[in-house]
Design a protein around this ligand. Structure first.
Ligand SMILES: [Fe+2]
Ligand SMILES: [Fe+2]
Length: 266
């Protein structure tokens, strides 16, 4: 581990068994290749699109994931309280109303003495009207100020504009703002002027011959007939989506951000 540089891999929403399988195929090799010090994966869709189970989380951790972030689908695991009680490094968005189970951020001290805090937030535009992500992140930053960590934000949101706005809001205050939820990787990765690594959406680690993970015919039925149909997961064209970032540990500025979009069977 380089004392001056933290190398971070952040994996896009892992969707269903196809996503978990390609995560297992690719993640350990990538960690080796990039000498990644810290790995985050969004796990809101690991269990057939609906949250993540105990077993799946164990699988993520065995593959080298340090923190699992969540989103709107996290809540569809009905054994969520047990899961959160067992693992403090499985997050759900911090800005849900109070009295919900689980944590929205987690600080971890690494072997070299650097503390990394991962904050999970969710957008409100075209989504459930939860608490304000901007005000929530302000509160969290004040709470963790004392430990002066290197901060990585997963902003789980639908609207491009809301994600870009949060990027600007947090520029220079956190090391990275990485978007999740839409399952489509955007080509706008950049380092903002005050040193925050940014991308609107990391994409999807899962089946890409699909409609954001859903079986194509099922999705077409829903759109064309405007009536419900049982959710069916797609299976084909598995791809691994992520971003790799290098962050200076002294200044906490991001010095590089690169998108990763790999097929299975490389
Ligand atoms: Fe998702
Ligand atoms: Fe989502």
């Amino acid at each position: 581990m380089n004392q001056n540089l933290l190398k971070v891999l952040f994996v896009a929403d892992v969707v269903g068994k196809p996503g978990c399988d390609i995560l297992e195929e690719i993640l350990p090799t990538l960690i080796d290749k990039h000498k990644a010090d810290f790995v985050v994966a969004n796990g809101e869709n690991a269990n057939n699109g609906k949250g993540i189970t105990d077993k799946q989380a164990e699988r993520f951790f065995k593959l080298g994931v340090d923190v699992i972030t969540g989103g709107n689908h996290t809540w569809e695991n009905w054994k969520l309280k047990e899961l959160f009680d067992k693992y403090s490094n499985i997050l759900r968005p911090a800005n849900y109303p109070e009295k919900n189970v689980g944590n929205g951020y987690k600080s971890i001290e690494l072997k070299n003495g650097i503390t990394v805090t991962v904050i999970n937030l969710q957008g409100r535009t075209f989504m459930t009207p939860i608490n304000c992500p901007f005000q929530t992140v302000d509160k969290i930053l004040a709470e963790i100020e004392e430990i002066s960590p290197l901060i990585i934000v997963d902003f789980h949101a639908e609207a491009t504009a809301e994600k870009i706005a949060l990027g600007w809001y947090l520029d220079g205050r956190v090391s990275a703002v990485l978007g999740t939820h839409t399952h489509v990787q955007t080509a706008d990765e950049r380092i903002l002027p005050k040193g925050t690594g940014y991308i609107t959406d990391l994409g999807m680690t899962g089946p890409h011959d699909s409609v954001i993970g859903m079986d194509i015919n099922t999705a077409l039925h829903r759109f064309i007939k405007q009536t419900p149909r049982k959710f069916t997961m797609a299976t084909d064209n598995k791809r691994f989506n992520a971003a790799f970032l290098e962050i200076e540990t002294t200044t906490k500025k991001c010095i590089s951000i690169n998108r990763i979009n790999l097929p299975e069977g490389l």
